[in-house]
Design a protein around this ligand. Structure first.
Ligand SMILES: [Zn+2]
Length: 164
């Protein structure tokens, strides 16, 4: 591989929001997750499950919750942003069912959903709906967060909320 090709490959790795180590993890034969690249701005979100509670970045100036996490508020541009614990409850705004095995050993079908958190209109997370038969998933369904820990990331997934 020439220097130019190596540079381009390095650039490619920097541009995609996932990690070098997981891209080349050939030992893990479980359905592979492409883990997010942890940054100063998003670390508390991706690791909040370690505490058992979902935390979302919130502007300390105008109180707007911000997701995906950002170092600055999208509403008032304040840089006084800190992660705050939220209820972990929300509802499914939309979803789709993936039936295609995009990668070896990917377990299908599964539900990809946009969940709107209870704390704020439009506070949306893209996630998976789990612990629920696929045919029972509906728009508007009340859900609650659970976490799947892989390496140093706690992926927030959602399951039906029995108390709603
Ligand atoms: Zn703000």
């Amino acid at each position: 591989m020439t220097i130019d090709k190596l540079s381009l490959f390095g650039l490619f790795l920097m541009l995609i929001p996932e990690r070098y180590s997981t891209l080349f993890d050939t030992q893990n034969r479980l359905p592979r997750r492409h883990l997010p690249l942890l940054t100063e701005a998003n670390r508390e979100f991706w690791q909040s499950g370690k505490t058992g509670s979902l935390q979302i970045a919130r502007c300390q100036t105008c109180s707007t919750f911000i997701h995906p996490p950002s170092a600055a508020c999208r509403n008032c541009h304040s840089r006084d942003v800190r992660a705050e614990k939220v209820s972990g409850k929300g509802s499914i705004s939309t979803f789709t069912i993936n039936r295609h095995p995009w990668e070896n050993d990917l377990t299908t079908p599964f539900v990809i959903a946009i969940v709107t958190l209870a704390e704020q209109p439009g506070l949306n997370l893209m996630t998976n709906i789990v612990n629920c038969p696929i045919d029972d998933v509906t728009i508007g369904m009340k859900v609650r967060v659970i976490f799947k820990n892989i390496e140093d990331v706690w992926l927030p997934l959602f399951e039906p909320d029995p108390i709603n």
